[in-house]
Write a protein that binds this ligand. Structure first.
Ligand SMILES: Nc1ncnc2c1ncn2[C@@H]1O[C@H](COP(=O)(O)OP(=O)(O)OP(=O)(O)O)[C@@H](O)[C@H]1O
Ligand SMILES: [Mg+2]
Length: 244
């Protein structure tokens, strides 16, 4: 196992290229993408449709492999890992949140949140305690017996955040988490991410929305598969000056 020398970096992409081969055509979805994210950061990856955001998230979440380049997650080089190693790393380290929630319609809120713990082999009684704990954190204690179709969009997204959190991952990856929500519900979900981040979880939010890009301290902008810029938002710099 190759260890990344800087262990505080929980995500590191080094010259990552991803090419999709479609018959005779090639799509260069990511081109020489390099950046590192440290433990405890809250970062947005922003870009227009087709710019490569989801491809980038698939690299970070070890859902797919780069065509070339290296991905380090939690200090571990993933390029030489087997599929099994990758899925173990993913299950231990990453929680996913998606625009369309991906909740199981036949399970109620509590069961949906308990499910990832079942895959980890945690006993049922303990699963329930842990799930109730995170459901309280996302403010859904009074909805645990509801089924997904009985919830609002914002509530569904809170369930999916609880499900991502329940395994206590180091990293939460969220792909357009507010894309299906009205703006005030979206703001509440972002606020929840902020609270979770303050407790130490590294969070990466993929978005096409410049408003969300501006609401996170750091924003990595992707254009045509390349990092166009990677900067600290000026409002956060100003805040930091006040704190010094
Ligand atoms: N499985 C695939 N096979 C072939 N081409 C793909 C595949 N997935 C993505 N692409 C192409 O790669 C490019 C980047 O796609 P990606 O899904 O990463 O964009 P995105 O920034 O997430 O867009 P959106 O905001 O619309 O979700 C696009 O041109 C897309 O058509
Ligand atoms: Mg996408």
């Amino acid at each position: 196992m190759i260890e990344n020398p800087s262990s505080k970096e929980v995500i590191s992409l080094v010259n990552v290229n991803k090419t999709y081969f479609m018959g005779e055509n090639q799509v260069h979805a990511l081109q020489n993408v390099s950046f590192s994210i440290k433990e405890g950061e809250l970062v947005s990856i922003m870009g227009p449709s087709g710019s490569g955001k989801s491809t980038c998230m698939n690299m970070i979440g070890c859902l797919d492999r780069p065509t070339s380049g290296q991905v380090f997650i939690d200090g571990k080089g993933t390029f030489e890992m087997t599929e099994k190693d990758l899925s173990v790393l993913r299950n231990r380290t990453v929680g996913f949140v998606f625009q369309q929630y991906h909740l199981l319609a036949t399970m109620n809120v509590l069961e949906n949140v308990m499910l990832p713990l079942r895959y980890k082999g945690i006993p049922r009684s303990e699963r329930k305690i842990l799930a109730l704990e995170v459901l309280e954190k996302v403010g859904l204690t009074d909805r645990i017996s509801h089924y997904p179709h009985e919830l609002s969009g914002g509530q569904k997204q809170r369930v999916s955040i609880a499900r991502a959190l329940v395994t206590k991952p180091k990293i939460i990856l969220a792909d357009e988490p507010t894309g299906a929500l009205d703006s005030s519900t979206g703001k509440a979900v972002l606020q929840l991410f902020n609270e979770i981040n303050k407790e130490g979880t590294t969070i990466v939010i993929v978005t096409h929305d410049p408003g969300i890009g501006a609401s996170t301290k750091r924003c990595i902008r992707i254009l045509d598969g390349k990092v166009a810029d990677d900067k600290i938002n000026s409002s956060f710099e100003a805040n930091e000056v006040h704190h010094v």
